[in-house]
Design a protein around this ligand. Sequence first.
Ligand code: SP5
Ligand code: ZN
Length: 346
Amino acid sequence: MKIIYDDGHRRHAPPVELGPGSFIAHFETPDRADLVLKMTTEAGLGPVMKPEDFGIDPVLRVHDKGYFRFLEDAYRLWKDEGYEGPAIPFGSAFKRNPERHPTSINGLVCHYIIDGAAPIDDGTYEAALQAANVAMTGLDLILNKGESSAFSLCRPPGHHAGPDYCGGYCYLNNAAIAAQAALDHGLGKIAVLDIDYHHGNGTQEIFWERDDVFFLSIHGEPGVEYPYFTGYADETGEGKGEGFNVNYPLPHGTGFDVWGEKLDDALGKIAGYGPDLLIVSLGVDTFKEDPISEFKLDSPDYRIIGQRIAALNKKTLFIMEGGYAVDAIGTNVANLLSGFSESAQN
Ligand code: SP5
Ligand code: ZN
């Protein structure tokens, strides 16, 4: 399985995020991607390819232009104001009024950044745009170059980024950008399976009223877990999208016995939908030693997950999302992709 990777991700390295009661070291570090690259290639996956440049058009198919321009300009405006460190909001636009748009950089930061875990630093925009290119290059391999699967080693991750906001370490929604581009290419139906520990609120919102993208997410229950506002089981989509959004919220402490049952249920629903392409939002923060998460999956479980996804026998694009137990993250991704590759039928 080809791996798409670009070391431009290192340009995004905010020193801190807002933790409970204090600034803490940013969990979403550059060495995450380096370790995933190391362990996947050592496991015999690859070759590694650099991304191509798809420009901003596929990004603007998913994200609001005003938000995108904010992402591009925010750090410069923030520095112009004389602030030290990355741009982090101290308020939240909990009641947005489209007719009363903020004009100051602080107003914009509070408008477009939904939490203290998506700092915008020097290089954030460039790295986020390159992560979208990494996703698009994986898609291109499958659509145009005869590959049946690919691994887009995106960093920063994307699934918390919505149409017009960033949050939770995410700036551009790489999985959603690839899904929309696949439809624009002519595919009819896409399934997005999100196995990151956190609810993929951004992807859910982007495709909420759509029946051509079926979104399924297994995650920590939002009553007690980030992002705290979405991910409940009764969120099923609206309009044409009714029934094309499935959430599996699970309590802290969930192990692979229960998690695996939800995976099987999700895979059964995906098989019934019959997508032309499966996109997996691949987070491994479900690992038992993840420093910010509370599920109990173990390293060998990831190989089984890969095997079960392969049994669907669909073209599959893996997009890297979260996972913070830095020593194990590479092993767990390598196990999952190895399990998939060994079991894939072509
Ligand atoms: C892509 C992704 O996985 N984003 C996750 C963003 C989570 N941000 C909030 C982190 C809350 C950390 N809580 C610390 C609890 C430590 N026991
Ligand atoms: Zn996560």
